[in-house]
Ligand binder design. Structure first.
Ligand SMILES: [Zn+2]
Length: 149
């Protein structure tokens, strides 16, 4: 094994280790093998991120999820659902770098962080998952690896 191959293998192991550190409900989604139709890791990641956002939505405490906001001047007409809008990344626990920010706007700000879109600093966890997907897409043993898992 060349030094370069050794480094690639070490990097791959580090990426797998990152995915093992996240809560199981997300690790399962992040470790999914790309199916045969997937050509680019980013396309795979977009689907994975939507599944993660759905999972977060499901796990939000229902009391936190919807709070009825009552307008003082018309209590009946203006009872409307309100969603707490910010949360830290559940994968890497980061918050936006803005001073005083308590979390990413859910779901759009968090989606940007998870995808690294619009110049957002990409989540190191989804980045590791994307690179693992890339490894799998470019591995000549792709389907053998899939059966082994
Ligand atoms: Zn993150």
């Amino acid at each position: 094994m060349t030094r370069e191959q050794q480094l690639e293998e070490d990097l791959s192991m580090a990426r797998r280790a990152i995915l093992e550190l996240v809560p199981e409900i997300y690790a399962e989604i992040l470790s999914a093998y790309p199916d045969e139709s997937v050509k680019h890791a980013y396309d795979w990641l977009r689907e994975v991120v939507e599944a993660i956002l759905d999972r977060i939505e499901e796990t939000l405490d229902p009391h936190e999820k919807i709070v009825l906001v009552q307008a003082p001047y018309d209590p009946d007409l203006l009872l409307r659902p309100f969603r707490p809008s910010r949360l830290p990344c559940p994968l890497c626990r980061r918050k936006p770098q803005t001073v005083g920010a308590i979390g990413f706007a859910f779901p759009d700000g968090l989606r940007r962080h998870l995808l690294g879109d619009y110049n957002a600093t990409m989540c190191p966890v989804t980045n590791a998952a994307k690179e693992l997907c890339n490894e799998r897409l470019h591995s000549e043993f792709r389907f053998i690896g899939r059966r082994r898992d």
